[in-house]
Design a protein around this ligand. Structure first.
Ligand code: B12
Length: 268
């Protein structure tokens, strides 16, 4: 990538700005900017770059996530929560927005797997800070139902699925997270063992999406599993695909997925 194209601020730029603008908080002066970053946060005057103390610097958080700086991501997420920022704001503007830039740059070969892996680790570190807040209300209520969830066979992506787990737990569901690379048999065994009300499947690859239909077809062969609602999600999945493969529901993001789950158990 040509030098300077679409890059964030250099450390030097930030130092210069810190001297010029008194309200600028230089929390990141020692953070090297990722050489490839396509984030626009560095444009002087762009929203998000120059922030007052009342407003977290989400552009910086995006940048740090992009760079895979887990330690700083963790610190800024903690700071934002300590400053009283709403957890969904920190999640969406701070973490998910950063990861979506990683996704775009991955798509166009600006980033490669090792860098995405490091960014994913930073994302997970940030999510771990949010988790206690996201699941806080769970202990106060009786379980609303049991969700068995996993990423389907051949697929190792789990960030989105983990987020759905956290929010479902926060909404009062007992969540059994099977992890990644799960076969139809594993979903079925876990559904029986844990008496699932809902089984959720996640897929992030167009090559693993079709396996969701395999799982659904397998469930449909067993009358004792007929009452279980089968939900699907993941970036390449959409409502039309969900309907085509016979899923009971599709969730584009964690909050709407949890609403869907609540709809399932309330209707039962
Ligand atoms: C991080 C990442 C990785 C990390 C995964 C780390 C991890 N632990 O998850 C690593 C580096 C390991 C990786 C590997 C690969 N990846 Co990848 N990866 C991504 C990336 C950048 C972000 C995914 C992510 O975490 N998004 C953030 C979360 C919050 O969003 P989400 O997953 O969509 O989840 C939300 C919703 O979808 C929904 N949801 C999710 N699951 C579920 C489940 C249910 C039941 C419900 C209701 C809702 C729901 O709610 C979630 C929360 O809001 C995406 C880009 C993208 N745009 O998605 C590429 C992407 C998915 N990867 C891609 C590719 C190609 C690969 C590799 C094949 C690369 C390679 N050459 O090896 C491998 C495949 C490995 C494998 N076998 O799985 C492609 C897929 C293209 C395609 N057409 O299939 C993408 C789209 C990048 C791209 N644009 O090219 N990847």
């Amino acid at each position: 990538m040509p030098e300077g194209k679409g890059q964030g601020p250099t450390t030097r730029d930030r130092r210069a700005l810190a001297h010029q603008i008194p309200s600028f908080i230089p929390v990141h002066l020692d953070t090297p900017t990722h050489p490839k970053s396509n984030l626009s946060s560095g444009e002087a005057g762009a929203p998000g770059f120059l922030r007052s103390k009342d407003s977290p610097d989400y552009a910086l958080l995006n940048q740090l996530l992009y760079e895979g700086n887990a330690k700083e991501v963790e610190r800024l997420v903690r700071e934002a929560l300590a400053d009283g920022r709403p957890v969904d704001e920190v999640l969406n503007e701070g973490l998910i927005a950063g990861m979506s830039v990683v996704g775009e740059d991955f798509k166009y070969n600006i980033l490669y797997v090792p860098e995405v892996l490091v960014a994913a680790r930073a994302m997970k570190t940030g999510l771990a800070v949010l988790k206690p807040v996201l699941v806080a209300s769970a202990a106060e209520n009786p379980p609303r139902g049991t969700l068995v969830i996993g990423t389907v066979k051949g697929d190792l992506h789990d960030i989105g699925k983990n987020l759905v787990c956290m929010m479902a737990e926060g909404a009062g569901f007992k969540v059994i997270d099977l992890g990644v690379d799960q076969t139809a048999e594993q979903f079925i065994d876990a559904a029986r063992l844990h008496k699932a009300d809902i089984v959720g499947m996640s897929a992030l690859l167009t090559t693993t999406m079709p396996y969701m239909k395999v799982v659904i077809d397998e469930f449909q062969k067993h009358p004792d599993l007929a009452s279980i609602k089968l939900a699907v999600g993941g970036a390449p999945v959409n409502r039309m695909f969900a309907e085509e493969i016979g899923a009971d529901g599709y969730g584009p993001d964690a909050p709407s997925s949890v609403e869907m789950f609540l709809g399932f158990v309330n209707a039962a």
